[in-house]
Design a protein. Structure first.
Length: 50
């Protein structure tokens, strides 16, 4: 029997650099279905509004 439910954890934060600029980051960790291995992904974004 194959286990269909796998854990997934994500967290993130942002910092307002200026009134119209923001730096944000996010980390995602998950258990993959391939031989019970885990994977991690990180995102870093810099947004400028106008």
């Amino acid at each position: 029997m194959q286990k269909r439910t796998r854990p997934l954890v994500t967290t993130g934060a942002y910092y307002a650099v200026a009134k119209n600029q923001r730096l944000s980051g996010e980390v995602l960790v998950q258990q993959l279905p391939f031989q019970s291995t885990a994977g991690a992904t990180a995102y870093l974004n810099y947004m400028i509004g106008f």
